[in-house]
Design a protein. Sequence first.
Lengths: 221, 250
Amino acid sequence: MGFEVLLKGTNFIRLLQGLWVALRISLISVGISIVLGIILGTLMSLKKPVITAVSRVYLEIVRIMPQMVLLFIVFFGFSKAMGLNLPAEASAIIVFSFWGTAEMGDLVRGCLISIPVIQYESSYALGMSKTDTFIHVIIPQIIRRLIPLSINLITRMIKTTSLVMMIGIVEVLKVGQQIIEANRKSSPHAAFGVFATVFLLYFLACWPISRLSKYLEKRWS
Amino acid sequence: MSTEKEILKVEHIYKKFEDLSVLEDISLTVHEGEIIVIVGPSGCGKSTFLRCLNGLEETSEGHIFLDGEAVNPLSKNITAIRQKIGMVFQSYDLFPHKTILENVIMAPVLVQKRKKDEVKAEALKLLERVGLSSKINNFPRQLSGGQKQRVAIVRALIMHPEVLLFDEVTAALDPEMVREVLDVMLDLAKQKRTMLIVTHEMAFARAVADRVIFLDGGHIVEDSDPKQFFDSPRTERARKFLSTFEFEEK
């Protein structure tokens, strides 16, 4: 079936290292996206015409452009044009953060405007200050709505990191291909075993996260 | 009644939303222990009036004084003033992420810096009084509308306000739950609390009011005792308004 190649030498360890590269890119990008997304979403909820217009263009660009095209633009186009020697992993993090910030921003905006005005007012009516209202009434409610949604974004990011091998990053899928190539003669059917293992690794990375999201959604609904 | 201390004084307030004039030249003095029921057709400015009293709405002109202190939503001491005016809303608006007990004790602990144990003990006593001691660890979504509204009343009471504002607190409730909330308010009336109540429950208004104020088109059209208002209203507008609550076979 081709699983035996994984037991040869350091093949399986290399696959795990590849998985770590994928996870590292996505986790760093998610971290950046959450911070920038909260800022962007808060700005968008203010309904200032200029911010609304700019953010709408930004969101549309992210929605329309395939992530792969963005990767190529940043890694091959942008860094050449600007004379920067941007490493592939940095390019990937930039693209994923660019994408994630847009999606997080939209989620944060949606959560913010979904909190009814009367929640603020009934807190003010109790003598709570604006700051206390935000900290104790509004933010906890936003977090409860936001976490399940952003977890969904994290799993999508992890899956999409398979694209970064197109700009030369050796992540789990690329390692898998390398193992298959190197063992073409000795185990011609390695492809099934290797890709099945890659599939399993993605599954093991994403499944607990998506279970957590389901659990939190249930607990907080 | 006039020998009692003046607690709330409203002087010639106006409220405009852009060109729409909602309140026009409203003046009112409320004495300690007085229960004022405000009635009027929908859109007459009743809710806006209550919201001006605790500074949720800024008045366009005029002044409001609580215990001689000006109510101004932009001033720094507005949070101090709001602690003296409790408000209960039509849609209860409990905080969904907190349990019933947490809903009640949050503001006294955070805002008034009272000891948590002391506040908790008082919360339990008040919740028991409104028949909800078994619900303290539940979340608002697990309660019926009437139960939520009783919690909202307790949440306002625990701040020890000098004045309580009730904004159509039974209007969103199913008919069979109206009574349990009105009973709680009746109990407060017996304790001689100062209250301003906006309501459409005319029988209740008649039972608890010391004064009835009839608002129409942003004006105080009548300000009289309940017997006079309900039995022989002075104005045609009040008569017409009251007749909408009668249901006679013709």
